[in-house]
Design a protein. Sequence first.
Length: 250
Amino acid sequence: MTLFQALVLAGVVVLLLANTFRIIREYDRAVVFRLGKFVGVKGPGFVWLIPFIDRIVRVDLRIHTEDIPPQDIITRDNVSVTVNAVVYRRIVDAERAILAVEDVAFATAQIAQTTLRSALGRADLSALLMEQERLSTDLQAMISAQVGEWGVEILSVELKDVQLPEQMKRALARRAEAERERRAKVIHAQGEQASAQRLVESADILSATPAALHLRFLQSISEVAAEDNSTVVLPLPMELARLFAERPKP
């Protein structure tokens, strides 16, 4: 046997071995076709194949992230917004993921885009801004119902960003400012009301106790006199004025 024949024989052996034995990783599955006919799913680990007759298609079972590009949506109250989201999916049935759809990743992304526009178009702006968790749950259920027959499981759908037109942003800012002013006025009015109520209660207590009223009067004089360069004007008690007014003339 010549050297050339030996090299050719070694190449044939290596080629046969390469097409006979495959190693499938833990997170992969091998969908096996024999002469074009599906014969089963193998893996993980060491897989034996019939050379040049069996062909395999590897399927990744790990969680994949599908970024939905920004979608222009008109809400139920006729507001134009731009929304983008992210879908977390994984393949749970390798057979259906290969046999039921041509490109499972592309098909899932297209279903997610159309479902996003359809579902959010039925919601109003306030729900889109305040109830994103509920809308995400609804989107997950709707997408799962459509891609489940392809062996795909939708783990989560998250709304990443909601972009509003500039006019709508200014309108919402004015609305928020007006709401803050309203709350400030309500709090101020409640404080004034509480203060007036306390003054009424204090006046009732002082009017019922003349000694307390007199002590409060002296305390006020002491506080005023403590100031520098202050002039204190004491009012004439009504009892003293009445005494002079009722004094008989000589």
